[in-house]
Design a protein around this ligand. Structure first.
Ligand code: ATP
Ligand code: ZN
Ligand code: MG
Length: 417
């Protein structure tokens, strides 16, 4: 068998109910969590079938196993598509036509120069150029935070399970959780572990059964939650607060963890507003306008448009519609020119390929109510945050402008000298 035959052997085509254009990306990303057999998943136009590449030949699967796989895929599609309506995408800014001199995928050049080094899927070390570029963007975000008089905070990387439970995280985003544990406080368990623990070829750590304590803590998926937890069950002194923090965030995105685009371990800088509704909404809008000027200097080609969070399958339809109806989330989506080239190669006309590098979020009084954060008049606080993915914004910039600072917009090139 040649390579092509092996590849074809692993393909599984599943006809499904028509998936409208605006949902193909969401469905495709959720297929990553459907079955461990799935190595990759695609929803090619016109969206009436799913193409899966499996980890083993489709023909070698028992019929019952194939049926189970197909059933799970159908459940995802039905649950996300049936009764869904197309949200009106609101575009607040459109600068996608800014000149972008570069059109390659920067990953191989970055790897070639030792600027990135992959430790595991979605886990990278970054070298001096990328680090300096991130430092440049961090500087701009800190300026933004300072323009609101935002108070600095530092938050832990771990987050207690009971906190996430209080904000319904286990219902909304179970798929991307990362759990933390430790060995049980037991001499025999620790002795056993120290003698038997070893990694297999796939990097799996084999341990004696019952080594680990039960999970009480996870790796934090976002930064602003920590501020809300610190304010929980209290009245907010002064009735409003602007804060800022940077932190490690963790989202397990399974087979979607490809390149710097989608990391398991990434860094987010947030500017956070807590107070009455108007205070939060006005500041979110002011932040967008200030960022507009900053992003212009960076020469980034992007658009700001309404969006929704990546809720898990069962919650997706309802929650996404809610977010869209109340304009709760806008994303800064940067162009990835190399993806458009790829689309041309497969002769598909496609809209510009973009990646979210930041978001402007308004949570209404969700955290205020669930965590009992009160304003001086006794009403629940409203919250909002402006969140930037540091690796993502650097990646998008490099994808548009290349790795040579000589060709970069002067403002950026000067700043990282
Ligand atoms: P996406 O739509 O790409 O899944 P998101 O809507 O879940 O992202 P937010 O929750 O708004 O993202 O997080 C704020 C920012 O953090 C994003 O705009 C992005 O820049 C960054 N970010 C989110 N998830 C990841 C990830 N897995 N890897 C790298 N950066 C990420
Ligand atoms: Zn936030
Ligand atoms: Mg998003």
């Amino acid at each position: 068998m040649n390579d092509l035959e092996i590849e074809l052997d692993r393909l599984e085509l599943i006809p499904v109910m028509p998936i409208p254009d605006h949902l193909t990306g969401e469905v495709q990303s959720k297929l990553a969590y459907v079955d461990e057999l799935i190595a990759s998943a695609q929803v090619p136009p016109p969206g009436d079938q799913i193409v899966l590449r499996l980890r083993q030949p489709a023909g070698s699967l028992p019929e019952a196993r194939r049926a189970e796989l197909e059933d799970k895929v159908q459940r995802v599609v039905t649950s996300m598509v049936k009764g869904a309506f197309k949200p009106k995408i609101q575009v607040l800014e459109d600068h996608l036509d800014r000149p972008t001199p570069f059109s390659e995928d920067p990953m191989s050049q970055l790897a070639g120069r030792g600027e990135i080094s992959q430790e595991a899927p979605g886990v990278y070390s970054l070298g001096p150029l990328v680090t300096r570029l991130i430092g440049y963007f961090e500087g701009r975000f800190l300026d933004l935070a300072a323009s609101f008089g935002a108070q600095p905070y530092r938050f832990p990387t771990l987050i207690p399970a009971r906190y996430l439970e209080r904000v319904n995280y286990f219902r909304a985003f179970p798929h991307s959780l990362t759990f933390v544990t430790h060995l049980r406080e037991d001499l025999d368990a620790i002795d056993h572990f120290s003698q038997l623990a070893a990694c297999d070829e796939a990097g799996v750590l084999n341990t004696p059964p019952a080594s680990f304590a039960q999970v009480q803590t996870l790796l934090s998926p976002a930064v602003c939650y920590h501020l809300y937890f610190a304010l929980a069950d209290k009245t907010l002194p002064g009735g409003k607060l602007a804060a800022t923090a940077v932190g490690n965030c963790f989202r397990y995105e399974a087979i979607n963890l490809v390149s710097l685009e989608r990391l398991w371990n990434f860094t987010m800088r947030e500017v956070i507003f807590v107070g009455p509704k108007d205070y939060v909404l006005e500041n979110r809008e002011t932040a967008r306008q200030r960022m507009h000027r900053v992003l212009e200097e960076t020469g980034l080609a992007y658009r700001v448009e309404s969006a929704n969070d990546p809720f898990f399958i069962g919650e997706f339809r309802k929650q996404a519609a809610f977010q869209s109806a109340f304009q709760l989330k806008y994303e800064i989506r940067a162009r990835l020119p190399f993806k458009e080239r790829l689309a041309l190669v497969v002769k598909r006309s496609s809209p510009p390929s973009t990646l979210a590098v930041g978001s402007y979020n308004y949570h209404q009084d969700f955290f205020g109510r669930n965590l009992n954060i009160s304003l001086p008049d006794g009403s629940p606080a409203h919250t909002g945050c402006v969140a930037f993915g540091l690796e993502r914004i650097a990646f998008a910039f490099l994808a548009q402008h290349g790795l040579d600072p000589a060709g970069w917009p002067v403002h950026v090139a000067e700043a990282i000298k």
